[in-house]
Design a protein around this ligand. Sequence first.
Ligand code: COI
Length: 359
Amino acid sequence: MKETINKTYEIDIQVSPVSSVNTVDFENLSFGKIFTDHMFEANYRDGRWQDCTIKPLTTLQLHPATSALHYGQAVFEGMKAFNNLEGKPRIFRPDMNLKRLNQSCERMAIPEVPEELFMDAIFNLVRIDANWIPDTNDGSLYIRPLIFATDDFVGIKPSDTFKLIIFCCPVSKYYQKPVRVYIQEEYIRAFPGGTGGVKAAGNYGATMMPLRTIREKGYDQMLWIDGVTHNRLQEIGTMNVFVQIGDAVITIPTDEGTILEGITRDSCIELLKEAGYPVEIRDVTIQELLNAHKAGILADAFGTGTAATVAPIGTIGYKDNNYELPPVETRKMSNWLKQEMWEIRKGVKEDRFGWMWEV
Ligand code: COI
């Protein structure tokens, strides 16, 4: 089957003769370990994206000098498809993912992905693997686009060739329990002028060693601080951060370019504004956070992200102390946001923001 996209791109669609969907326990999904039957692949060479294919999921064969493996010229995205309560598949804000993907591409000297190519790739892939979208309460189909440099060249220069891959995983909750985060001052995730504001693969690679050390101490993720003052909260790596101090809900500004502009973050800000809650977009220092905890007014703290959706923070570790947050059941803000997001995604509430795109 051939599909012509705006007469410019053609996707060669090869449907798998077999499916492993019946082997999956959709009630017990762990994040990112199960993959659907198909994948999308395209190559960039001679100044354009070509060889667009949807085919049975398979491994990649790469030259050992593939430059992305050495120098990290690679970006990715995370997005989700949901079945509404009538079983209709819809994708959450794919326009925002494309915008962010292309911002990441720009920063990493990777060619942009044209809108019609991206949308047709995503929508065809999700259509073909639609029976993989979980119908469970917390289930969704996580869609992972990635682009990496494929020049077989050991010198340092922007690659001339790239590969775009899109694959999907049926997933449930990313965090099963309230997240235990740790604030440390030694390692820094991103600096002004760096790549922290985009979804570059290397942003994550550089966090693995500090992450390993805090995971050994029982924490899940780092709550990163900035590299200039070593005092301002930034993000969690898998999530943006929100805190509620008294009545004020606060999230950290992204304009310094060190924090990923989360699409779930943006959605939560929209929902909060619509409901008339005061959202403050401003810096929060470690001291302000700990003082609020001491004064008993740190009512809520949570992360937002595509994979995690809205995930309450249970514990904040700093130096040798653990600061425990109120029980999750008592948290008004994160519970309300989670429910609002769920109702829009499942079609219980009207999609008044135009976030859900029918597949
Ligand atoms: C996402 O939320 O989509 C992310 O990319 C975070 C993580 C799974 C790497």
